[in-house]
Design a protein around this ligand. Sequence first.
Ligand SMILES: Cc1cc2nc3c(=O)[nH]c(=O)nc-3n(C[C@H](O)[C@H](O)[C@H](O)COP(=O)(O)OP(=O)(O)OC[C@H]3O[C@@H](n4cnc5c(N)ncnc54)[C@H](O)[C@@H]3O)c2cc1C
Length: 467
Amino acid sequence: MGETQVMWFRRDLRVADNPALAAAQAGGGRLVALFVLDRALLHGPRVGAPRLAYLADALADLHERLAERGSRLVVRHGHPAEVVPHLAASVDAAAVHVSDDVSPFARRRDEEVARRLEEDGRRLEAHDGVFVHPPGRITTGAGAPYKVFTPFHRAWRRHGLPAPLPSPAALPPAPELSGDAIPDRGELGAADAPAEPIGGETAALARLEAFLEQRASAYHERRDLLGVEGTSRLSADLHYGCLSPRTVLARLADDDPGHEAFATEIAWRDFYGHVLHAWPEVVDTEFNPVWRALPWQGEGAHFDAWREGRTGFPVVDAAMRQLLASGWMHNRARMIVASFLCKDLRIDWRLGEAHFLRHLVDGDVASNNGGWQWAAGTGTDAQPYFRIFNPTSQGQRFDPDGAYVRHWVPELAAVPDRYLHEPAARPSAAAREAGLRLGEDYPWPIVDHAEERKRTLAWFKEHRLEG
Ligand SMILES: Cc1cc2nc3c(=O)[nH]c(=O)nc-3n(C[C@H](O)[C@H](O)[C@H](O)COP(=O)(O)OP(=O)(O)OC[C@H]3O[C@@H](n4cnc5c(N)ncnc54)[C@H](O)[C@@H]3O)c2cc1C
């Protein structure tokens, strides 16, 4: 019998296509499947109920899937740098296997765990599994990281698709070990989280099937429409690794324009992983140095109106309320509200980023930071500062029948389509035809978009540093 191995699960809460799990199994000895409930992840200001609810579901599902294969999940509370080496020593494990993660927090944590294991004569072995192509692998001919998506995407495609590993039929038994009970939603402080989505690999695989059957072929035509279910809703599954991105890609057809457009979004996920890996400072600093002296506004009445969905711009308010009520927001809406915060209110993108991370079920440091820096105009492949979304015309274009606004901002439900996205342009008609009293039932716009657009353009020019 080979040596005992530890599989330390983190953002790879699945048994299918899990290279770290396969490597731990290939060790040939007993196998401990471990999850550490790290205080820093459970109680930090950037984690909220939707993500914790998903995590609780996913741990219970992972335990079941391991048990079906003859193993089980051992859950421990504590700091990984203490828990992992201690557990590895107690079972005399040769190695601890993980899927390599990319955030600065994860990298610091893993360096510390690796150092402590080494002091004890053991190894931390990092494997692929979080991305299609792990951060750092796709580089320019000169070996540099890409700053622009399109050439990255070309190179990413040239690398081909690594074949997903089959799901193991059986796993080696675990040694006798005590562990903490698998926490449920309530125990993680997430009893009030929205019931959906149900987290975990089983639910994620079912969501993937439903998307492929019902929506994937029309994805390119419907993905931008706010009021229809046109996208996959797989982001939390991918964030927690309940689905491997390679498994998703392997199910797509080359000759289907919907599937192709969808694969490009998975490439964006890899792109932002690569960006964070190459430039970890982007977590709190503008990627583009010329924008590091912008005097952003902080919290205050405008920020409160934005996060509570009371700006008087219907599509912005619908989106912000969707986030608070459901833990998710449509991608087009994320772009609109992020642009509004940064370019209409000139409020610090870091505040918006933190709010998203706390409330999104798919809150992900790499993709969220990439999205925010894109919208702020400060990022790698960013929207230039002079392209400023008009929230009214975005609403008219991407929610033409008003289904999205009417669902999330019910006080506007009776407002006719022709001024639903701009009720303040026709206040007396809104009162007469829909009984809407602006300023009472629904706020007046908190800013004048055309004015703010001019100010923002001047503001960017004035505070630009020499590049
Ligand atoms: C300001 C802002 C913040 C964002 N924050 C996050 C975040 O915290 N977590 C997150 O997963 N995505 C984030 N995104 C990207 C995107 O909005 C979501 O991935 C998407 O809306 C999730 O819904 P879906 O699974 O139905 O997406 P689909 O359209 O079905 O896309 C499929 C998958 O591709 C990936 N993807 C799609 N668009 C992007 C993108 N622009 N960047 C990176 N990956 C992408 C996701 O994994 C997604 O699940 C953000 C975008 C913006 C503009």
